[in-house]
Design a binder for this molecule. Structure first.
Ligand SMILES: Nc1ncnc2c1ncn2[C@@H]1O[C@H](COP(=O)(O)OP(=O)(O)OP(=O)(O)O)[C@@H](O)[C@H]1O
Ligand SMILES: [Mg+2]
Length: 283
């Protein structure tokens, strides 16, 4: 009954109840919440090095929800303006070769090739843009999120882009972010030449038990928490249920706060956790 009244009151924001300034487990990719686990830090440093050392191609892969898109955003904000011109493009299942190039051109604000809106037209425009930026001492970094969606021909287009070079070096760095099965696909001999250009690769592992706890505490702190809202004995089960996957931890964390708020509980205890898992069919 009490629960129903609260729902009707429509104050579904639990932040006030827990003394938080904002939602700690919101389903978005906000670099402010970036927690440097070992695996995320390693991937981030490798991506930076890939660009700084003028490598042609890099690959970061991992299960859904492990933080690939957040890493792309981290890289964007780390590069800012100056030596690097970073752009992120989102590959989609139906993306054509020209669609891929048009997307890169749009992000770089390269005008459409007049009278030659075809693959070669775009390649030429991108090439001349890269030459210009190179001569100004800048380097383009293209981050291709969801690269596993690209069919074979489009992946070969990525390879073609890595072929654009001066006698001294490659003109741009491309970093592919992809799901866990992608490297297995690249083992096929049709991808030999693409694979051989991958100068850096990094696998995003799920978080370890201790990292899951630190991750939760960190996100709560960034959201403005000054107390231990989660009881010590809930971290083990949260880690087991989430498998250390960031998105799963967020989903569960958010539901736990909502559950406790609706029941006017001040903390996330084992009882709140068990009720929440039942309620949301998570068991
Ligand atoms: N290191 C981290 N620190 C803080 N939050 C993280 C971290 N890694 C991931 N997250 C959060 O987890 C959620 C999922 O991350 P993200 O969307 O980047 O995963 P993904 O690997 O791109 O997933 P998908 O393959 O489904 O696109 C996001 O809310 C993100 O903010
Ligand atoms: Mg993603």
């Amino acid at each position: 009954m009490e629960v129903a009244t609260k729902w009707l009151g429509a104050t579904l924001d639990y932040c006030e109840h827990f003394g938080l300034q904002r939602m700690p487990f919101a389903d978005n990719v906000n670099p402010e919440f970036f927690y440097r686990t070992q695996t995320h830090e390693a991937a981030f440093v490798k991506m930076m090095m890939c660009a700084k050392h003028h490598k042609a191609l890099g690959l970061v892969w991992g299960r859904s929800g492990t933080g690939k898109t957040l890493l792309a955003q981290m890289l964007l904000s780390a590069f800012g303006e100056g030596e690097f011109i970073p752009v992120v493009i989102l590959a989609t299942p139906g993306m054509s070769k020209m669609g891929l190039l048009a997307c890169i051109a749009d992000e770089l604000e390269i005008p459409r090739p007049s009278g030659r809106e075809n693959t070669q037209g775009y390649l030429d425009m991108i090439h001349s843009y890269l030459m210009d930026t190179y001569s100004r001492g800048q380097r383009v970094v293209v981050i291709v999120d969801e690269a596993h969606f690209l069919p074979s021909e489009q992946l070969h287009m990525i390879r073609a882009l890595t072929n654009l070079e001066t006698p001294q070096e490659k003109l741009c760095t491309i970093i592919m972010l992809a799901e866990e099965t992608f490297p297995r696909r690249l083992r096929h001999k049709r991808y030999n030449s693409l694979r051989s250009r991958i100068a850096m690769s990094s696998y995003l592992m799920p978080m370890a038990r201790a990292e899951t706890e630190q991750y939760i505490k960190f996100r709560l702190m960034v959201a403005g928490s000054t107390e231990n809202i989660f009881a010590e004995d809930v971290y083990d089960p949260i880690h087991s249920y989430s498998g250390g996957i960031c998105r799963e931890v967020n989903k569960l964390g958010d539901n736990l706060l909502l559950e406790a708020y609706m029941r006017s509980e001040p903390r996330i205890t084992r009882t709140v956790l068990e009720r929440c898992l039942q309620e949301h069919c998570l068991t």
